[in-house]
Design a protein around this ligand. Structure first.
Ligand SMILES: NC(=O)c1ccc[n+]([C@@H]2O[C@H](COP(=O)([O-])OP(=O)(O)OC[C@H]3O[C@@H](n4cnc5c(N)ncnc54)[C@H](OP(=O)(O)O)[C@@H]3O)[C@@H](O)[C@H]2O)c1
Length: 251
C-alpha cells in the first residue's frame, strides 16, 4: 500500500494535499493539534489516520513519530512519502519586541521538528529497500528579507539549507531517497489572515497583503495542492534536492 505522512492537515494546504492523495488511493497519516473531521469521515479510496500533536513540543513530536513508525513497520508499505507542511508565521514583529516563548515555538515547529523527524525517518528505514520521498514546504520568504518576518524568513531559509544538505548526503550515500522543497507561493489560508491582521508597525508590507486578498491574488489551496500531488504521484519526476515552485507552473 502507498502511504503519505503529512504535517498540518487540520486546515490549509496540508488538508488539500491529504484529500487529493486519498483520492489517488494513498493512505494518509495526518498530524496537527486540531483534528480534521472532513478527512476522517471521507469516503475515498485512500484512508485517513490522524495523530494529534503539538510540533512545538519536541519530545511529543519524537514520541508521536516513533508511534507512526511502529504502525508503518506493521504494514505492507510499497511507497512512503513525508510532507513537512506545518508551519507558523508568527511572531510577526521586529527583533527586539518579540515574545521568547512564541519565538521558541516558531523555531521548533518550522525548523527543529522537520530536522528531528527527518533524522528519525532516515534512521527508521535505513535497512530497507524503500525509496523514501520527503517534501519540505518552504516559502519565497526564505530568499528575501521582509520587515517583521525575521523569524519566518530565517526558519524557512534554514529549512532550505537543511533540505539541500540532506539531499546531498543521500545522493553521496546512494540511498535513492529524495528530499525536495516545495514553494506554494501565496494561498488563501488562515496564515494569510494572520498576516493581514498584523499592525503596520509590526509588518510594514501589510497593505500589499491586504491587496492580494482584495484583488483575488491568493490561490485556492486545492489548486496549489494539485501541483504538489501531481509531482508526488509521479515519483520518477522528482529530482533529489530540487526547489519546486508553484510560480514555475502558473507564470
Ligand atoms: N499561505 C501562504 O500564502 C503561504 C505562502 C508560502 C508558504 N506557505 C507555507 O505553506 C505551508 C502551509 O501553510 P498554510 O497557509 O496552509 O497554513 P495554515 O492554514 O495556517 O495551516 C497550518 C497547519 O500547520 C499546523 N500547525 C501549526 N502549528 C502547529 C503545531 N504547533 N503543531 C502541529 N501542527 C501545527 C496547523 O494545525 P493546528 O493549528 O491544528 O495545529 C495547520 O494544520 C506552511 O509551511 C507555510 O509556511 C504558505
Amino acid at each position: 500500500m502507498k502511504y503519505a505522512v503529512i504535517t498540518g492537515t487540520s486546515k490549509g494546504l496540508g488538508a488539500s494535499v491529504a484529500k487529493q492523495l486519498m483520492e489517488a488511493s494513498v493512505h494518509v497519516i495526518g498530524l496537527a493539534r486540531g483534528k480534521n473531521q472532513e478527512l476522517e469521515n471521507a469516503d475515498l479510496p485512500g484512508s485517513y489516520k490522524h495523530y494529534q500533536v503539538d510540533l512545538s513540543d519536541i519530545e511529543q513530536t519524537e514520541a508521536t513519530f516513533q508511534n507512526i513508525i511502529s504502525f508503518l513497520k506493521g504494514q505492507l508499505v510499497e511507497s512512503l512519502q513525508l510532507v513537512q507542511n506545518a508551519a507558523l508565521v508568527s511572531p510577526i514583529e521586529q527583533a527586539g519586541k518579540q515574545d521568547i516563548a512564541q519565538l521558541t515555538a516558531h523555531v521548533h515547529v518550522n525548523l527543529l521538528a522537520p530536522m528531528v523527524v527527518t533524522n528519525l525517518w532516515l534512521d527508521a528505514w535505513r535497512d530497507t529497500d524503500l525509496s523514501l520521498v520527503i517534501a519540505n514546504v518552504t516559502s519565497g520568504a526564505a530568499n528575501r528579507s521582509v520587515y517583521g518576518w525575521n523569524a519566518y524568513g530565517s526558519t524557512k531559509a534554514g529549512l532550505d539549507r537543511y533540505t539541500n544538505t540532506v539531499a546531498l548526503e543521500q545522493e553521496m550515500l546512494g540511498t535513492g531517497h529524495k528530499v525536495f522543497l516545495f514553494d506554494p507561493s501565496i494561498m488563501d489560508t488562515d496564515m494569510q489572515g494572520e498576516i493581514r491582521s498584523a499592525d503596520p508597525s509590526q509588518f510594514v508590507d501589510v497593505d500589499q497583503f491586504k491587496n492580494y486578498k482584495a484583488e483575488n491574488k491568493l490561490r485556492d489551496t486545492d489548486v496549489v495542492a494539485k501541483v504538489l500531488v501531481d509531482r508526488l504521484l509521479n515519483e520518477a519526476s522528482i529530482q533529489n534536492g530540487e526547489y519546486y515552485s508553484v510560480k514555475n507552473i502558473f507564470k
